[in-house]
Design a protein around this ligand. Sequence first.
Ligand code: ATP
Length: 238
Amino acid sequence: MTAAPLLTVGNLQAWYGRAHILMGVDLQVGRGEVVALMGRNGAGKTTTMKAVMGLLDARTGSVGFDGRDVSALPPHRIARLGLGYVPEDRRVFTDLTVEENLEVGRQPPRAGAPAWTPERLYALFPNLAEMCGRRGGRMSGGEQQMLTLARTLMGNPSLLLLDEPSEGLAPRIVQQMADAVRALKAEGLSILLSEQNLAFAGAVADRACVIEKGRIRFDGPMRTLLDDEEARRAYLAV
Ligand code: ATP
């Protein structure tokens, strides 16, 4: 028997005003699995993540996390249960140092998993270690993206929602981000990441879900998507 998925999203629908954006999204993330939610600009990736996190009021459908229905909970309660959300736009405290930014994110450890500390995070992100005394406002966009991820990890999540982690990063930083995602998977974290970059997603994800106009059009092994030129051309910008 296979273990129940950590995240189960069923018939998720969402609206912005009168615009119906998510038309019934179904997806799952297994324990220890990295799933890439892929799709073109405006397909509904960010909206899916926000809806899972409880950040949208106009939403129907089910969101199950770790065996519990979280669809009616506010975002801070969902976060406390172990869902860490790293939004597309960087969220660092510009007046605080790297180390202080990390401390802001500190939450109690999760049973059965070692707590994240600044030291462990510096081992994962060596460039953050080099600038631990620098203020957030004096970092590049890519460095701020790393810091936002590191600060979210200080909350000891069991599932990470990473919205477009490679977007706008210099190639060298994209590589570091891919290495970090693989290291987090090796630590046992489950990850749902939204991506348009097929090379990045292909390098880190076990499975791909492709969303188009608010509906999942493909759900299968990443390898299958990489090998399926027709699906890639139909649903992705490649
Ligand atoms: P991107 O890569 O551009 O972020 P995405 O797949 O994440 O794409 P979403 O941001 O989820 O797409 O957007 C889905 C649709 O919802 C788009 O048509 C977008 O214009 C619309 N949309 C997003 N945010 C809002 C908003 N605050 N108000 C109204 N419409 C919105």
